[in-house]
Design a protein around this ligand. Structure first.
Ligand SMILES: [Zn+2]
Length: 464
């Protein structure tokens, strides 16, 4: 009786319950985006032991890292998912391992899963570009963008994906990527946390049955996404790219859905977006299994607003700055670029003034209304300090009000102390000007008094 109830429950309800239970499936060993091939190997090995899972090594990358295909389900409808063909786009890889944890768990959803997995066979290829993942770079070891190698197939990773598609003749394909934080969902201040696309298979952007099925499935998935991230779903640029995989896999007869994980406020490591991926992909697989997408309207897909490049990390509006001895009103846009390094999270920020002038059509993840304020570069403190102790002895509030932002040290303390000042070592150059392209260190003043200090693109001090 219970089993019947589970099977008959509204699909929305069950997926809501699974969403509630998500923390149990979240792969705990993947905690941030810069994990590597060595981090997924134990997960693949564990899956090799799991019942009803088939793991197959499809080949190796240029540097010899194995690329795996993992299958769950034995149904007649085939679904192929591949992630991280761009090495620095790892959000969906985390979600794929979460999904595998879900599918292999014995729990209250077992009957529901069994039913789905008798209708579909799901093939997952996580981390298609492990050499890129190793360095957290987009391209593979040859410096080739795999998503421009779908026809020439010079890279082994591209040949592996093409061969998997051809061997399976998959009915549906999920092409899983990350996009920059710069995109908004339509002409709005809301970031495109997820962007979707049924890629075009020709320049005319025609719609055949293969592409229409992808569009219908996206329309259905979008309804669930709107419940999770209202107003934050965008549609990716639909121009045909003759060398890209999504476009060609659509052309080769697999209904292809592109999912791009974008930006969300307060989610640099994309751990919330990872969960959104999990729910969206599961919704898609379930809908494919049960043909739920068939009655969807193409107009629902067309209504999803296109991505618009409208966002900066920090936007300072209406500041007054002095340039060439005159005052001007400008908006100042700052991006907090990530630079790979060997720290535990694998990167540090590099804040930069990336645009200024009239930026009224744009938005910031964070915004400062600087009307009535002046923006200017700070000064270099005249004394060179010996150590962190000397730094703590200074009256920071007083120095800030005197306009100092930079302090030179004999040797940079390790670890770097938490301070509103930019610390320079012996060699580092002090650049006194605030200009387009410069490092984002600046002061905001009102009536001559400092009210905010921005260091490396972040507000680090505010007048109380
Ligand atoms: Zn990509």
């Amino acid at each position: 009786m219970l089993g019947v109830q589970v099977v008959c429950a509204q699909p929305e309800e069950t997926i809501n319950e699974i969403e509630q239970a998500y923390p149990a499936y979240r792969e705990a060993s993947l905690t941030h985006r810069r994990f590597k091939h060595a981090d997924i190997l134990p997960l693949v090995q564990r899956l090799q032991q799991a019942a009803a899972v088939e793991v197959r090594e499809l080949g190796t990358s240029i540097e010899g890292r194995a690329i795996y295909q993992i299958r769950v389900g034995s149904g007649p409808v085939k679904v192929l998912l591949w992630s991280q063909m761009h090495g620095d786009e790892s959000t969906a890889t985390m979600a794929l391992f979460d999904l595998l944890n879900f599918f292999t768990a014995e729990d209250e959803f077992t009957a529901w899963k069994k039913e789905v997995l008798t209708k579909v066979s799901v093939y997952l290829i996580p981390m298609l570009n492990p050499d890129g993942a190793q360095r957290f770079t987009r391209r593979n070891r040859l410096g080739v963008d795999l998503n421009r190698d779908a026809l020439r197939l010079q890279s082994p990773e591209a040949r592996i994906l093409k061969a998997a598609r051809d061997r399976l003749q998959a009915d549906f394909g999920f092409n899983l990527h990350d996009q920059g934080r710069v995109y908004a969902a339509g002409r709005s201040p809301q970031s495109a946390t997820i962007s979707v696309l049924a890629p075009a298979y020709n320049y005319e952007k025609d719609v055949n049955e293969v592409r229409a099925n992808a569009m219908k499935l996206i329309a259905l998935m979008n309804r669930r996404l709107q419940g999770l991230i209202p107003g934050r779903v965008g549609r990716y640029n639909d121009d045909f790219e003759p060398r890209a995989f999504g476009d060609n896999i659509q052309k080769w007869g697999t209904s292809t859905i592109l999912i791009e994980s974008g930006g969300a406020p307060g989610d640099r490591e994309k751990q919330t977006i990872r969960k959104v991926n999990f729910v969206a992909i599961l919704t898609g697989i379930h809908a494919i299994a049960n043909g739920l997408y068939e009655d969807e309207q193409l107009e629902e897909y067309e209504r999803i607003p296109f991505n618009e490049r409208l966002l900066f990390d920090l936007l300072i509006r209406q500041a007054t700055i002095e340039l060439l001895d005159r005052e001007y009103l400008v908006d100042i846009a700052i991006n907090q670029w990530e630079v790979n390094d060997s720290s535990p999270q694998g990167f540090h920020f590099n804040g930069q003034v990336v645009e200024w002038g009239d930026l009224s059509p744009f938005y910031g993840y964070e915004e400062i209304d600087a009307s009535g304020m002046t923006a200017e570069a700070g000064k270099l403190y005249p004394r060179r300090l010996k150590n962190a102790k000397a730094l703590y002895k200074l009256d920071a509030q007083q120095l800030i009000q005197q306009g100092y932002t930079h302090i030179r040290m004999k040797k940079l303390p390790d670890p770097l102390p938490d301070t509103p000042f930019v610390l320079l070592d012996k060699q580092a150059r002090y650049q006194p000007e605030l200009r387009l392209g410069s490092a984002a260190h600046l002061l905001l003043k009102r009536n001559g008094e400092v009210v905010k200090v921005i260091k490396n693109g972040f507000v680090v001090w505010e007048k109380e």
